[in-house]
Design a protein around this ligand. Structure first.
Ligand code: SIN
Length: 512
C-alpha cells in the first residue's frame, strides 16, 4: 500500500518523479523514514534512465575527501561551490557503503587479491572509482529498482509521465500525470523531481531518448529558480557514427590514447594532463583535431589489460558497428547538464515542498564542468538527503483544486512532435554546442521561441505525452539559450567565440 485514495483523490506522503539512481535513493530514504512513497516513471524499462547507461563508475574518496574535493574544483575550472562539494565528499563513502554495498550488495570489480579494483578517469589524481567492468550503471540500477519495488512503503508506477506540477498559494502539491487524458491529479506532501538530463535536445547524446528536460521545464514553469544551464557537458569520446555510444573515460584512465587523422597523439599539446585533461578541454581538442585532420580515434592497443576482456560491453558495441581493430573513431557528444533546478544541500528548491535531485538539479558540485564519475555519486548522496528531508517535513498531502488539462482536439497532426523535435535538435547542435557565438545564440533563441509558440498552441487543446515532452524540451532549450546569452565568459563547458562564421553565409537551422 502506498498511494492511497482519499475520497476521489490519489495521495502519497512523498512523490518521486524519475527512476534513476537519484530517484531510487530518494524513494528508499523517504520510505526508511516511514513515509508512504509513490515513484512515477515514464520509463517502461530500466534503460529509460541515464543511470542505466552510465559506464565508468562511481567515485569514492577512499578516506581522502580533500583530495576528491580538490579534483572536483580543478575540473570545474574553480567554479564548483566548495560547500556543496564538502557535502558530497563528506557523505560519499558512507552512502556507497550503506546503499550500494550493504543494502544492494553490488559486486564491484575486485583484483585477484580480493580488494576493490578502483579505476581512474580523466582529471582524477587517484584510483578511487568503483566499477563493474564499464557497465556500472546497469549493475547498480537494476538491483536498486528491484529493491525499492519490493519495499512495503514504495509503489513504483512505470509508463506514467508527470505533465505539470500542481501548485497552490506558492506551494507544490503534487503532479498531474498522464494516466487520464485531462490530467490525473496525484497529491503529495512533498514532491521530489529526479527526471534526469537533456540528451534528447541534441542529435547526438549518450542519454536515452526520454531525457527531454521534463523536471527542469515543469519546475521553471511553476516559478522555481534554475541556474548554470549554459554548462552542457559534451563527452569527448563517443563513437563517431550513426547510433553513437560512449567510450568510457575509464579507457583513457587505464592507458588508451587519442590519435588524430595523421596517427599522432595530440592531447599533450592542449593540456598538461594530456589524455587525462578535464573533459571540456579534451572535447574541444578532439573537435579541433577532427576538423584539422579528418578524424580522431581512441587507440585501445595501449590499454594495460585486454580491451575485449576488460570492457566486454563496450567491445560488443564496437563489434556491432563492425569495428574490430584497436582504433575506434570518436567525436564529442552531449552527455550531462551541469546546471538545473537550483537546490540547497538537502535538494530543496526555491518552491515550498518541491525538491530536485540528480541531473535535473543544480547543487553547485559541478560548477562549469563536471568531474567524471561524480554524477552517480551526487544522485545517490542528494537522493538520500532529499528523501530524508522530504519525509521529515511530515507534510500532509492537501488535495487542492487541480487544473484540468484540455483534450478537446485529439487529432494532433501526425508527425508534428517528431518534426519539431528534429528542428529543436538541429538548432541546439548548430548554435548551443561545444562553441557558442553570441549572434548565433540570439538566432537559436528566436527559432526556439517560435517553436515553443507552436507547441503551446497545440498544448492548449491536447494532452499527449510526446507533445508535453516537446514542450519540456523547448522550454529547457530556451532556458539554456538564455543562460548562454547572459554569460559572456568562457568557462568550463560554456565556450564563447566571437564571429565564428560569416553571417552572410550562415546556415539557418531548418525552420520547418
Ligand atoms: C565515462 O564513463 O566516461 C562517463 C563517466 C561520467 O560521465 O561520469
Amino acid at each position: 500500500m502506498t498511494a492511497t485514495h482519499d475520497h476521489d483523490h490519489e495521495i502519497a506522503d512523498v512523490l518521486v518523479v524519475g527512476s534513476g539512481i537519484a530517484g531510487c535513493a530518494a524513494a528508499l530514504q523517504a520510505a526508511r523514514e516511514g513515509a508512504e512513497v509513490l515513484l512515477l516513471t515514464k520509463a517502461t524499462k530500466p534503460d529509460g534512465a541515464s543511470t542505466d547507461w552510465a559506464q565508468g563508475g562511481i567515485s569514492t574518496t577512499r578516506g581522502e575527501p580533500e583530495s576528491l574535493k580538490a579534483d572536483i574544483i580543478a575540473a570545474s575550472d574553480g567554479t564548483a561551490d566548495p560547500d556543496a562539494v564538502d557535502v558530497l565528499v563528506e557523505n560519499a563513502d558512507d552512502a556507497v557503503e550503506d546503499v550500494l554495498l550493504e543494502t544492494l550488495e553490488i559486486e564491484f570489480d575486485e583484483t585477484d587479491d580480493g580488494e576493490f579494483d578502483y579505476t581512474r578517469e580523466a582529471a582524477h589524481s587517484d584510483y578511487r572509482i568503483l566499477h563493474v567492468d564499464a557497465a556500472t550503471g546497469t549493475h547498480i540500477l537494476r538491483p536498486f529498482l528491484n529493491h525499492i519495488d519490493a519495499h512495503d512503503r514504495i509503489e513504483v508506477r512505470q509508463d506514467t509521465a508527470a505533465l505539470e506540477l500542481i501548485t497552490h498559494e506558492g506551494r507544490v502539491h503534487g503532479v498531474l500525470s498522464d494516466e487520464d487524458p485531462t490530467g490525473n491529479p496525484i497529491f503529495a506532501g512533498t514532491t521530489i523531481l529526479a527526471t534526469g538530463g537533456i540528451g534528447a535536445l541534441y542529435t547526438r547524446s549518450t542519454n536515452p531518448d526520454d531525457a527531454t528536460g521534463d523536471g527542469i521545464a515543469m519546475a521553471a514553469l511553476a516559478g522555481a529558480d534554475v541556474a548554470d544551464l549554459e554548462y552542457v557537458q559534451f563527452h569527448p569520446t563517443a563513437y563517431d557514427g550513426a547510433d553513437p555510444f560512449l567510450l568510457s573515460e575509464a579507457l583513457r584512465g587505464e592507458g588508451a590514447i587519442l590519435r588524430n587523422g595523421d596517427g599522432e597523439r595530440f592531447m599533450d599539446d592542449y593540456h598538461s594532463q594530456g589524455d587525462l585533461a578535464p573533459r571540456d578541454v579534451v572535447a574541444r581538442a578532439v573537435e579541433t583535431e577532427r576538423e584539422a585532420t579528418g578524424e580522431v580515434v581512441l587507440d585501445v592497443s595501449t590499454l594495460e589489460g585486454a580491451f575485449a576482456e576488460e570492457y566486454p560491453a563496450i567491445a560488443e558495441k564496437c563489434r556491432d558497428r563492425g569495428i574490430d581493430g584497436d582504433e575506434i573513431p570518436v567525436a564529442p557528444c552531449e552527455h550531462f547538464l551541469c546546471g538545473g533546478i537550483d537546490v540547497d544541500e538537502h535538494g530543496r528548491t526555491s518552491l515550498d515542498r518541491l525538491y530536485a535531485v540528480g541531473e535535473c538539479s543544480r547543487t553547485g558540485v559541478h560548477g562549469a564542468n563536471r568531474l567524471a564519475s561524480t554524477s552517480l555519486l551526487e544522485g545517490l548522496v542528494w537522493g538520500l538527503r532529499a528523501g530524508e528531508d522530504a519525509a521529515g517535513l511530515d507534510a500532509d498531502p492537501e488535495p487542492v483544486e487541480a487544473p484540468d488539462l484540455r483534450n478537446s482536439d485529439p487529432d494532433l497532426p501526425e508527425r508534428f512532435a517528431a518534426e519539431k523535435s528534429i528542428r529543436l535538435k538541429r538548432t541546439m547542435d548548430e548554435y548551443l554546442g561545444l562553441e557558442r557565438d553570441p549572434d548565433e545564440i540570439a538566432r537559436a533563441s528566436a527559432v526556439l521561441r517560435r517553436l515553443k509558440g507552436e507547441v503551446d498552441a497545440y498544448i492548449r487543446t491536447r494532452t499527449a505525452r510526446d507533445l508535453y515532452e516537446l514542450r519540456n524540451a523547448s522550454v529547457t532549450a530556451l532556458l539554456i539559450a538564455r543562460a548562454a546569452s547572459e554569460n559572456a565568459e568562457s568557462t568550463g563547458c560554456h565556450y564563447v567565440v566571437e564571429d565564428s562564421r560569416d553571417d552572410s553565409t550562415a546556415e539557418q537551422p531548418a525552420d520547418d
